[in-house]
Ligand binder design. Structure first.
Ligand code: F6P
Length: 553
């Protein structure tokens, strides 16, 4: 509830906030990375934090020891660790939905005790993991057959948002660990072409559909699942009994699953304390578990847990998610950065940034605080990016020489995947040379003097000068294993948490996506039947009319 029309003043009035503003003013136009390194070469080793297999280098940031200390003071003043502990304890920190936020329980060890409303949720988590493992093993071994007795060879996950992006990203990331004799597809878009392309070359008798939906009410998913069922039944002679062998559900809503016609024995459960965008290590990861096998899936959960424990126990100055979150706050709130690029130097991480977009932007795309008052500070950044080398030949120009400050994460691995042949393995050094070269060029640029020294004509000098001073974090690991993927995802989950805690927003609801969903349902009859939609604004009414006319042409 808003008690002040001008919004929530607390954060920006805190002395720790104004101290950072003063520090920013003192160091303007901006701390210069060349000068920072000249004055303190030791920062290359000092500004590194290690967690699990990750080596996180934040030396190329526009910060000094003083900046970091002031940011830590802000974190302490906003009680980030207090909220963290409340999350791990299972308190209802998702205030607008009155829910606990316990994705960390999904990777808790069997003997852990984590209570929600007095009930230990850990045995339930492991019971579902065991059920998933049994099912995954049966599909992988060929013991689970389709309606006609044929072996399942194709797995199609139907879901959207958190019920798609996580498993699709992780499947791609861990491809070298997947059962190569099975085909995996991920259908999310309500555009019928998505399903069409996913199934057009598949044999229904060999195809398993996994319908992934926390609520089991999401229109895109239910529409696609209904069409998939028709496709299956058409292909298998219309026997409704086939559905039981070819459809399983991942959901919190057993009633809706049964209503759809999926046997609840074939449902893998999760719980309302798992947010959609935090859910791929729950039952939502079933397609991934079938792909990589239960043991690899558990290795991934172990990776998540390494970072959970680190976030929970590491001191503030060596706490990786805290540091990454605070650096984002420095740029977004004090240096006016609007976006954050995540640039993996790994083809297998090609969907990683798209996954992070939901994680970060659905979590922290908020403009009221936890009490409902408009915030008077910037919240979540626009998160974007694609694999680095491809980006270098597309949008890196803007990062290097454009007018915007764009902090970026560069992610790379020391080893290529084992299954590459020698010639392809040899390309890995070139890939990583690009990562290191970009980090260097972004940070240190090229001065006009350096350009002149190369004999460049004077009129070209400004065009060929690179200001540099573009901050990057470099995250390195030995190789992209299931555990390392879990570590990376948990690192970003907790980074997002830290930022939401400082901004005093609810990072766990997503009311902003509801309006579009409601309006789509209301507008649809105008398209299908030409029905009058009360309250349709004139611009949208004209678009609907044009659509109907164009459709008839
Ligand atoms: O986009 C909104 C959202 O609610 C996401 O948070 C969620 O991941 C997605 O829709 C899918 O929801 P469900 O799993 O309930 O189908």
């Amino acid at each position: 509830m808003s008690d002040s029309p001008s919004g929530s003043p607390e954060l920006t009035r805190r002395p720790e906030w104004t101290a950072l503003e003063d520090h920013r003013t003192d160091t303007l136009p901006q701390p210069d990375l060349r000068e920072l390194f000249a004055a303190d070469p030791g920062r290359a080793e000092r500004y590194v934090v290690r967690v699990g297999d990750l080596r996180i280098d934040y030396s190329k940031h526009l910060v000094t020891d003083e900046t970091l200390a002031l940011l830590q003071e802000l974190a302490a003043a906003t009680d980030v660790f207090g909220l963290r502990d409340a999350m791990f304890r299972g308190e209802r920190i998702n205030v607008t939905e009155d829910r606990a936020v316990l994705h960390t329980a999904l990777r808790a060890p069997r003997d852990a005790v984590i209570e929600v409303d007095g009930e230990n949720v850990v045995p339930g988590v492991h019971a579902v993991l065991d059920k998933m493992a049994g099912f995954a093993d049966r599909v992988r071994s060929g013991e689970w057959t389709g309606h006609t007795g044929k072996r399942i060879r194709n797995v199609v996950n139907i879901g959207i948002g958190g019920s798609d992006l996580g498993p699709a990203m992780a499947y791609e990331a861990l491809r070298p660990f997947t059962a190569r004799d099975l085909t995996f597809r991920f259908v999310s878009n309500v555009d019928g072409s998505d399903l069409h392309e996913a199934v057009r070359d598949l044999d229904p008798a060999e195809t398993l559909f996994i319908v992934a939906s926390k609520t089991f009410t999401t229109i895109e998913t239910i529409t696609n699942a209904t069409s998939a069922r028709s496709w299956l039944l058409q292909g298998l002679g219309g026997d409704e009994k086939a559905v039981a062998k070819h459809f399983v559900a991942l959901s919190t809503n057993s009633e809706k699953v049964a209503g759809f016609g999926i046997d609840v024995d074939n449902m893998f459960e999760f719980w309302d304390w798992v947010g959609g965008r935090y859910s791929y290590d729950s039952a939502i990861g079933l397609s991934l578990m079938i792909a990589i096998g239960p043991d690899r899936f558990r290795e991934m959960l172990d990776g998540f847990r390494i970072v959970d424990e680190h976030f929970r126990n590491a001191p503030a100055e060596a706490n990786a998610p805290l540091l990454m979150g605070l650096l984002g706050i420095w740029y977004g709130n004090f240096l006016d950065a609007q976006s954050h690029a995540v640039l993996p130097y790994s083809h297998y991480l090609s969907k990683f940034t798209a996954y992070l977009q939901q994680l970060d932007m659905e979590s922290n795309g908020k403009s009221v605080d936890r009490e409902g008052r408009p915030v008077q500070w910037q919240t979540g950044p626009v998160v974007w990016g694609t694999p680095g080398t491809n980006g270098q030949h597309a949008y890196y120009q803007l990062i290097h020489q454009g007018t915007k400050l764009i902090p970026a994460d560069l992610i790379g691995f020391a080893r290529p995947v084992a299954e590459l042949g020698d010639e392809l393995k040899a390309q890995h050094d070139l890939l990583m040379a690009n990562l290191f070269a970009q980090g260097q060029a972004l940070a240190f640029g090229k001065t006009a003097e350096e350009v002149r020294a190369e004999g460049v004509p004077e009129e070209q000098v400004p065009h060929r000068t690179f200001r540099g001073n573009h901050p990057t974090t470099t995250i390195l690991a030995t190789e992209l294993t299931p555990s390392v993927l879990g570590q990376l995802v948990a690192l970003y989950e907790h980074k997002v948490f830290v930022q939401g805690a400082v901004w005093n927003i609810d990072s766990f609801d997503q009311w902003g996506v509801e309006l579009g969903k409601v309006l789509a349902k209301r507008v649809e009859p105008a398209l299908t039947e030409g029905a009058d939609v009360p309250g349709l604004d004139p611009s949208t009414a004209a678009l609907v009319a044009a659509y109907r006319t164009l459709r008839e042409v």
